[in-house]
Write a protein that binds this ligand. Sequence first.
Ligand code: URA
Length: 226
Amino acid sequence: MRRIDQILSSLGYGTRREAAAWVSEGRIHINGVPATRADQKADPTTVTVDGKPLDHPNGLLAMLHKPLDYSCTHSEAEGANIYELLPETWLDRKPTVTSIGRLDKDTTGLILITDQGSLVHRYTSPKSDLEKTYQVTVDKELDPTVIETFARGDLILRSETKPCLPAHLEITGPRSAALTLTEGRYHQVRRMFASQGYHVESLHRTRFGPYTLDDLPEGEWKYLDL
Ligand code: URA
């Protein structure tokens, strides 16, 4: 049970002062009964604003189809960022929403968004062995020996000492492939291909652990169960 002004402000509905005004205006109900005071305590799942239940009162998880040229950053200095594609109220939540890991500006596809720090930690921890699948196109014909090179688990990327864990490469066309990794090192896919003499021309993530992008249109998001 928390104070309703705190609940509303932490879920991005406005300031605590605004929440107090809505209580006076009779716009807030608890279990269908009008709230009388802003410091009244309630279970967030029982609170409504203008008759509508609160947006994901127990935390939020969503999937976004990141378009090309959007950065996974809260900074506005780097051009377009993914947070512009999400509801503004999500950014006003405390804690605010953040992506689970990042995709490069020139990578497209599935990125998870949450306000649950524990989830970010769980999914991005080096101990996490979640599989991520990327569709890759490269600048020249793929040699099938790369499959074995990536699968062996002894590939050492430039300026690193620890080999990459085994990764599964499926060649899907002369210059295209699907790569499944369990790690998430900086620019890992591009650097793995670079180590074999290929330049990655396009990179698109279709899967992150149990979640797949399916037919979610580019630039759109959808809620996932927490
Ligand atoms: N690997 C990369 O090189 N870039 C990404 O955006 C994701 C994985």
